[in-house]
Design a protein around this ligand. Structure first.
Ligand SMILES: [Zn+2]
Length: 382
C-alpha cells in the first residue's frame, strides 16, 4: 500500500513539473499578435554608436508584491544583476563545463547591467522600485503588471531603461520578454516571476540561479530560442547547431538531433539554471547589433554611477586597461585609494598602494568606482 501511494505521488508530481513554462516568449508573441499589439512594421532608431568593448545597460527593477514573500530582498536583486553581468561577460564560473566542441564559440557580449542610481526626478535611488499591489497574481495575457491603473506599475521610459517587472505570475510561468520594436514603449521589457529572479539557494527549484533573466534578456536583445523552427534552424546563428526541440533538465553530453551535437548548455535553450553556461559568438554579435541598432538610447552609463562631483572629475590620472580582467595599472604610484561598487558600497578604504597597479582579480564582474587622491575614475571589471 505504501508503495502504491509512493508511486501515485511520483505520478502526480510529473504533471506539475511538466506544467512549468520555462519561457513564455513564443506564447506571449502570439498573444500580442492576437490582441493587435504586435508591430509587424517596426520603426528603428538610426542613431549610430561606435563599437566598444563594454556597454553599460541601466536597469530598473519593479517589484510588485501582494505579500512579504513576493517582496524579495535587495540581495536577491543584487545577485540577479551579478548573474547577468557574469553571463553577459562570459566570466561565469560554469564556463569550464562547456564541452571542447563549443569552447571556440563562447560569446562574450560585453554588456554590464547596473541598477539606476537616480529616479526620474533626479533623486538618489536604489534602482529597486517596490510597489504594493492588490493583485494576487498576474496573467501574461493582459499585461496588467505593466500598468499602474491595473495594479501594476508603469514602465520607466523604455528607450532609456531596461525595465524588469518582478511579480507573481499565474500559471507556473517563469518569465517572458519583448524583442526590440515588438510592442509600444509602455509594454517593452522583461517580466520574471518573483520566485525565479536572482539567486535563491534556499529554493529547491532547478530555476533558482538567475538564468531565467539571462534567457529573457536574450530575447529582449533579439535572440530566438536555439530550437526555434526545430531542424529548420531559424535562430539566425550558424554556430548554434540546429536542435529539434527544447531541452529540459540537465542532460548528459552529448545529445544529438538534426544530425548534429546539440548545444544544450546555451542560455536560449530550456535546461535547468545549473546546466546552461553560454551564449555563442553569433548570439553575442546579434545582441550587440540589437543594442546599437534598435536600443541605442540604453547606452547611458552615467545613470548607473554613484553620484560623481563634476568638479573633481578629471583625466589627469588615468587607469588601464579598462575594461580590466585582473590588474589595473595607474598612471601614478604610492598613493591611497578608495574603491566602491556601483551601489556605492565601500570595498577598499584608504588602501595604501605601494606599486603602480592594483590586483582586482578578486572582484566580481561589473562596474566600479576608484578614487585616487580625490580623483574619480570608473572602470569595468570583466
Ligand atoms: Zn525563451
Amino acid at each position: 500500500m505504501r508503495f502504491t501511494i509512493y508511486m501515485l505521488l511520483i505520478y502526480l508530481s510529473f504533471p506539475v513539473l511538466s506544467q512549468v513554462d520555462r519561457c513564455s516568449f513564443d506564447e506571449y508573441r502570439q498573444i500580442l499578435k492576437n490582441r493587435g499589439l504586435y508591430k509587424e512594421c517596426k520603426n528603428y532608431s538610426s542613431q549610430y554608436y561606435s563599437m566598444q568593448d563594454t556597454y553599460t545597460i541601466p536597469v530598473v527593477v519593479h517589484i510588485l508584491y501582494n505579500n512579504d514573500g513576493q517582496n524579495i530582498s535587495d540581495e536577491r536583486v543584487y545577485s540577479q544583476i551579478e548573474v547577468l553581468n557574469q553571463d553577459y561577460s562570459a566570466s561565469n564560473m560554469s564556463l569550464d563545463n562547456i564541452p571542447d566542441e563549443f569552447q571556440d564559440v563562447i560569446g562574450e557580449v560585453g554588456f554590464a547591467f547596473c541598477l539606476v542610481q537616480k529616479d526620474l526626478d533626479g533623486n538618489d535611488f536604489s534602482g529597486i522600485n517596490r510597489v504594493y499591489t492588490e493583485v494576487e497574481s498576474f496573467n501574461m495575457s493582459d499585461d496588467a503588471m505593466k500598468r499602474s491603473s491595473e495594479g501594476g506599475v508603469d514602465a520607466w521610459d523604455s528607450e532609456n531603461y531596461l525595465n524588469f517587472w518582478v511579480c507573481n505570475l499565474s500559471g507556473n510561468l517563469l518569465g517572458f520578454a519583448t524583442m526590440p520594436g515588438d510592442v509600444s514603449a509602455e509594454l517593452d521589457g522583461v517580466v520574471v516571476d518573483y520566485e525565479y529572479f536572482g539567486v535563491d539557494l534556499s529554493s529547491s527549484s532547478p530555476y533558482n540561479l538567475g538564468r531565467t533573466a539571462t534567457h529573457e534578456v536574450g530575447h529582449y536583445f533579439n535572440l530566438e530560442h536555439t530550437f526555434y523552427a526545430g531542424c529548420s534552424d531559424w535562430d539566425s546563428c550558424d554556430d548554434t547547431p540546429s536542435i529539434s526541440s527544447p531541452t529540459y533538465g540537465c542532460p548528459e553530453f552529448p545529445q544529438e538531433s538534426c544530425n548534429s551535437i546539440d548545444m544544450t548548455m546555451n542560455y536560449m535553450d530550456y535546461t535547468n539554471d545549473a546546466c546552461m553556461h553560454m551564449f555563442s559568438s553569433c548570439q553575442a554579435e546579434l545582441m550587440i547589433d540589437a543594442l546599437l541598432t534598435y536600443r541605442p538610447n540604453l547606452i547611458a552609463a552615467e545613470d548607473c554611477s554613484v553620484s560623481i562631483d563634476e568638479n573633481t572629475y578629471t583625466n589627469d590620472i588615468f587607469i588601464h586597461p579598462n575594461p580590466v580582467l585582473d590588474k589595473i595599472f595607474l598612471s601614478i604610484e604610492k598613493s591611497s585609494i578608495y574603491l566602491y561598487d556601483i551601489y556605492g558600497r565601500e570595498i577598499l578604504s584608504n588602501y595604501y598602494l605601494d606599486k603602480d597597479f592594483l590586483d582586482v582579480s578578486f572582484l566580481h564582474s561589473g562596474t566600479y568606482i576608484i578614487i585616487i587622491d580625490n580623483y574619480i575614475q570608473k572602470f569595468i571589471k570583466r
